[in-house]
Design a protein. Sequence first.
Length: 74
Amino acid sequence: MKTDFTLPLLPPPPEIETREILKQLTLSHRHLAELKRVVKTIPNEQILINTLSLKEKKYNVEKKRHFFPYHIAH
């Protein structure tokens, strides 16, 4: 099954600040400000960062077990 896919010509059109992009930019800015506010309430943000890192490592190990069950188990 082959699908035709054509890339747009480069460089992109000069008008990239469309109404849709500007709306999303405003929304993203608001969410980022909220995130920064919440982070300031965390007593030790390094704990959160370390926890996320550990969860990512655990997820990667589980994913490898799913794809390569024989190699990991033995």
